[in-house]
Design a protein around this ligand. Structure first.
Ligand code: SF4
Length: 264
């Protein structure tokens, strides 16, 4: 038999239950293990699911690049190997357009190591102050010019290892100079080349050096010199970092990157 509470007893029970609920601790969270976000790796996982590019496919990719742009050019303005070297040193963490804006004035004042040393660090600094890290870069430009005068008769050496001994010159800069000034089939791996090579499936290298080695081995000899420009231009204008423009890409049927973008 169910016994009904009297109204006073019901009120006491409601008060008591309200009091209990305000004191109640929040329910414990489910014991779900935390998953740490993994550092982004450049498209490695995506590519590993696909079959590697064969030699015929690699050849076809560069044949198409060649057909579209038979004589690709770099965008850094220069008048000789020395001004190219200086421009590339200045281009670290800066845009080519920004460097060109500064070097137009600088190279009018000094286009040889001797003239640059005579100009002096302070005036170099003034000429390039619109470029990031300009203080350090001005110091390097003067130091490398002095070294060229002291050890190389004012000439830019045609040797990557020797180039790398110059202040402010790393492997990438040395590769650009070897390629553009001396026509050597070197591969300078910048952010564009690194990304594009991994996306297309030309390399799964995790460092610029690994990608460089893969590309040098893979690219047919006849395309060895211009390949560097093609990959940079492809990455800069089409296979962009945030959203590649696959829908208008001339090598989309060969590229291993997925998913491809279908429209703008
Ligand atoms: S298809 Fe897309 S991801 Fe592949 S190279 Fe072209 S733009 Fe880049």
């Amino acid at each position: 038999m169910v016994t009904k509470d009297k109204p006073s007893q019901q009120a006491t029970r409601r008060r008591s239950s309200k009091a209990t609920s305000t004191k109640a601790k929040p329910p414990k969270k489910a014991n779900v293990p935390k998953i740490k976000a993994k550092a982004a790796e450049p498209y490695k996982g995506k590519l590993s699911r696909f079959r590697p590019l064969g030699p015929d496919e690699v050849n076809e990719i560069f044949r198409r690049f060649c057909e579209i742009e038979p004589e690709p050019k770099g965008e850094l303005e220069h008048t000789n190997p020395y001004t190219l070297l200086v421009a590339v040193v200045l281009s670290a963490q800066a845009t080519d357009a920004g460097v060109n804006k500064a070097t137009r004035g600088l190279f009018k004042l000094a286009d040889t190591p001797a003239k640059m040393v005579a100009l002096g660090e302070e005036r170099v600094r003034e000429a390039i102050k619109t470029i990031g890290l300009y203080r350090n870069k001005a110091k390097n430009v003067i130091a490398l010019s002095q070294k060229l005068l002291a050890e190389h008769a004012g000439e830019v050496p045609r040797d990557r290892d020797v180039l790398e001994t110059l202040p402010g010159v790393g492997r990438k800069t040395a590769n650009v100079v070897m390629n553009v000034a001396f026509g050597e089939p070197t591969m300078a791996v910048d952010t564009h080349v690194f990304r594009v090579a991994n996306r297309i499936g030309l390399s799964s290298g995790a460092s610029p050096l690994e990608v460089e080695k893969d590309l040098v081995k893979l690219i047919p000899a006849e395309y060895g010199v211009p390949a560097h420009h093609w990959l940079i231009l492809h990455g800069r204008y089409l296979c962009k970092a945030r959203k590649p423009e696959c829908y208008r890409c001339p090598i989309r049927d060969l590229c291993r990157y997925e998913p491809k973008t279908a429209h703008a």
